[in-house]
Design a protein around this ligand. Structure first.
Ligand code: DX5
Ligand code: ZN
Length: 219
């Protein structure tokens, strides 16, 4: 599967988002981190920002929901124009996650589940046949700019093995601490989709930063 680079707008300048988007046109997706101050100890953006991004860009919008009971917001994010909605397995009982995945599917949105570092790869199994993506967190979710957790390479490998066995079309995304020095290990472990916040928006030359990440996939 072709590696995809998804810059996270969490590290962008929110006063100049349209100009910031212009600088990352060579990337593949835009990653939008939604945090509720409950599931994670931070607050970020929500539905209105996704609506505005949708009007401004044709890039696929990869919406990472770090919120409790995400089922409550599937419909509004779908209407706002999200292409991917990713739900944390730790954010609700399995029945709630199941319902969120099913509703996203009925609304024509691509479905992902995300794993905090503490969560085992096998937790994806009940959902895997229906998923378009699994997101393995390579930091504790909540903040940009944290160091890559190399311990998570074993989780990436385990998720890769499950995807290959049960749903080979499913993407395997990693998020947290991805930069040109860490992306190669994540790629070798089986990831194919790479979120990068500070390694893109923290750099002066975003096109060069994106090219460096692509280069790191093979290095
Ligand atoms: C963290 C977010 C990430 C964050 C990554 O909870 O899910 O998407 O923006 O930032 P970097 O790439 O700087 O680690
Ligand atoms: Zn994220």
């Amino acid at each position: 599967m072709t590696p995809l680079i998804a810059p996270s707008i969490l590290s962008a300048d929110f006063c100049h988002l349209a100009q910031e988007l212009e600088t990352v046109q060579t990337a593949d997706w835009l990653h939008v981190d939604v945090m509720d101050g409950q599931f994670v100890p931070n607050l970020t953006v929500g539905v209105p920002v996704v609506q505005s991004l949708r009007k401004t860009t044709a890039m696929p919008l990869d919406v990472h929901l770090m919120i409790e009971k995400p089922l409550r917001y599937v419909e509004t994010f779908a209407q706002a124009g999200a292409d991917y909605l990713t739900f944390h397995l730790e954010a609700d009982h399995p029945s709630g996650i199941r319902a969120a995945v099913d509703l996203a599917g009925r609304l024509g949105v691509k479905k992902g589940v995300a794993l905090r570092p503490i969560t085992k790869a096998e937790a994806i199994l009940p959902y895997l046949p229906d998923l378009n993506m699994v997101l393995v967190m390579t930091v504790e979710p909540g903040f940009g700019g944290q160091a890559f957790l190399a311990d998570q390479l074993s989780t990436i490998q385990a998720v890769r093995a499950l995807i290959d066995k049960y749903n080979p079309a499913c993407r395997l995304e990693v998020d947290g601490g991805i930069d040109p020095s860490t992306i190669g290990a994540a790629f070798a472990a089986g990831a194919d989709t790479f979120v990068a916040g500070s390694a893109v928006f923290g750099q002066g030359d975003r096109a060069a930063a994106i090219a460096d990440l692509r280069g790191g996939c093979h290095g």
